[in-house]
Design a protein around this ligand. Sequence first.
Ligand code: ATP
Length: 367
Amino acid sequence: MARLTLDKVTKVFDDDGERIVAVDDVSVEIGDGEFLVLVGPSGCGKSTTLRMIAGLEDISDGEIRLGETVLNDIPATDRDIAMVFQSYALYPHMSVKENMAFGLEEATDMPDDEISRRVEETAELLGIGDLINRQPSELSGGQQQRVALGRAIVREPEVFLMDEPLANLDAKLRAEMRTELQQIQNNLGTTTVYVTHDQVEAMTMSDRIAILDEGVLQQCGTPLECYHQPNNLFVAGFIGEPSMNFFDIERHGSILVADDFEYPLSDTTVSKLGNTTDLTLGIRPEDVVLKSSVESDTDYHAIVDVVEPKGDENVVHLVFEGNDPENGTFKAVIDGMKSVTAGQRIVVGFPEDAIHVFEASSGKALR
Ligand code: ATP
């Protein structure tokens, strides 16, 4: 069973006497065949986590297990895990075929004809079957990336670890490879941990996302769970593009009072807030509704500041009427067919079923 478990895993670096907690008490279980994406901003501990799983970094505290086997003290070369790096790390003097075969030749006593068979099959699977005699310098970036992937696949490991493997590709190729990689992983059914700082990549590729910030696991769930029910302000702001709009709130009973608007709450929502009064209200730009007139207490007049056309939709930067854009704008995503122009006065609605409310001090989601 290639179930991978991180149990209270911590990594502390000593940087000239300074204690750096790169990974802080992270627990997550990655199911057999699951595709888990580790995501978070630069420096949040993604690569360190991956390197501990690979055995390239010691674990300061906690346990990593593959099935029932504790990996902590097993050297990297003896773990049935293959890693794909952003840099590809191909040997420049070896052909594609030799690059792909190298790991198997080194680590196993597999017969040459079996190695050749696996390499050729994998090269076909990756669409580089006709390139196997070329040197890496004779390949495009995308082709080199496939060789790096092929080198991991031929080993038929229990686990794939991938550290931003698509980061060096252009946007179009990256989008293509995302789908292809997902299909390959699906067909092979190999447990995979994939690191990226790109939340779009995380949302589109993964079975589940684990979101890290400053070494601490913020949430682990399906992309839709993290999008619709973020645990806290960090996840709410990190997942979703454009990001969620946030407003500082003072609560007066059942009314949320922001600088520019008031938001009356239903009894159901009020009951979820307890006695907390320091709040942040969040609404996703795609949940802001463009209306023809003010129809309820949660519809507001706003002035269009900037329109970013994106083809099928427009991202509209708005300011509450009477306010200055310098003091902050908020965003709405509207249908690309609806025409709005800078300076226009419009009405927007914040439907109650779409709002998120957080405790401001802790960031914790209250609904
Ligand atoms: P990026 O997306 O920029 O690659 P990351 O999320 O992968 O970032 P890590 O590389 O895991 O982040 O680093 C996490 C933290 O640990 C950072 O603060 C980093 O500076 C620190 N760190 C990483 N390696 C070492 C090391 N060998 N010695 C000291 N500190 C380190």
